[in-house]
Design a protein around this ligand. Sequence first.
Ligand SMILES: Cc1ncc(COP(=O)(O)O)c(C=O)c1O
Length: 415
Amino acid sequence: MRWNLPPSELPTTWFNVLPHLAGQLEPPLHPATRQPVGPDDLAPLFPMALIAQEVSTEPSIEIPGEVLDVLRLWRPTPLIRATRLENALGTPARIYYKDESVSPAGSHKPNTAVPQAYYNKAEGVKRLSTETGAGQWGSALCLASTFFGLECKVYMVRASFQQKPYRRVLMETWGGNVVPSPVDKPDHPGSLGAAISDAVRDAAGRADTHYSLGSVLNHVLLHQTVIGQEAKTQLALAGEDHPDVVIGCCGGGSNLGGISLPFVPDKGVRLLAVEPTSCPTLTGGRFEYDFGDTAGLTPLLPMYTLGHDFVPPSIHAGGLRYHGDAPVISALVRSGRMEAVAYPQSKTFEAAVMWARTQGTVPAPETGHAIKAVIDEALAAKEEGKEKVILFNYSGHGLLDLSAYDDFLHDRLPD
Ligand SMILES: Cc1ncc(COP(=O)(O)O)c(C=O)c1O
């Protein structure tokens, strides 16, 4: 069963969670002075429109028409009930998912890549630099850059660059220029933190270039809220009053924020973040100010972190290998509004394969983390004999991650 919305039902505003977090979010600090950063500090890297969104306290922010025109190529995305998985689990829970894998890049990432490219173009920028882990964010930004006539340079975490050559080909097909990171350490597997340093250095060194981040920052989570807003409308069409729990995997927190932030004000809705045990930021990190990148070039953010020099093992869910979390997600977890759980990668691949054998589609390894938590919630509902409405974000497909499935299916996958 699926609930599709017509293009006219695409949200025309983003949901801003910041007014709901009053007093809970500390400002980013300048890396040199440790004083709160101002717009001028950020201007070499980001367009003013995004800097304004980063601190806006308006309850909603209008989505520009040119952005809507591009998003309408695949949005609204379907809400689908996973009845075959429910049946296989024998659960009384009703499991719904937002299928963000239907975007051209195969994930939720274009929801923010498109507005970021738009605002940069509007302010006269010619070229964007960015990092990518699994390659999903890099593909999304190359796609968006090609729509708005921008050049795009992508620093790809070396472990993924080697594991996932087809992601590179996809980025190049959309006109991007991709290099492995760290650029100065050819034997290093890399990390998102190091790739961010490479991309920030690139943008800071060229007047025609801005930097673009695929997760973590307030404006990125803001752009993703089309997901949760659509889901609310679609759940109502499915006859559901509200979900009992909303689940998303968490790397930097953007797909999780996208589906869950519109539910923050709603009573009786649990929010659940899912992360890898090998990079357990929310479940094992410290809440403190830390750099967003390895080299310490970015502002310090108030977040759960494993330390900016933490290099996570080369797990296949490359998009979850980040040492920190979005300040918004960190604040929600810290206040107890959001829960967090961690799983080893073998359990997440078991869940992903169960999904493929019941629902048919092959999830991204990151999405497999959310699916594992969904299965556990559904089994808990069975144990308790409770009907429960579970909503989760199917953040991406895994059709370019088949080498990871190959390793799992042939016992080559370490935890
Ligand atoms: C399919 C998919 N899901 C989830 C993530 C994690 O990122 P975030 O926490 O920003 O959603 C990524 C990141 O690359 C991804 O590609």
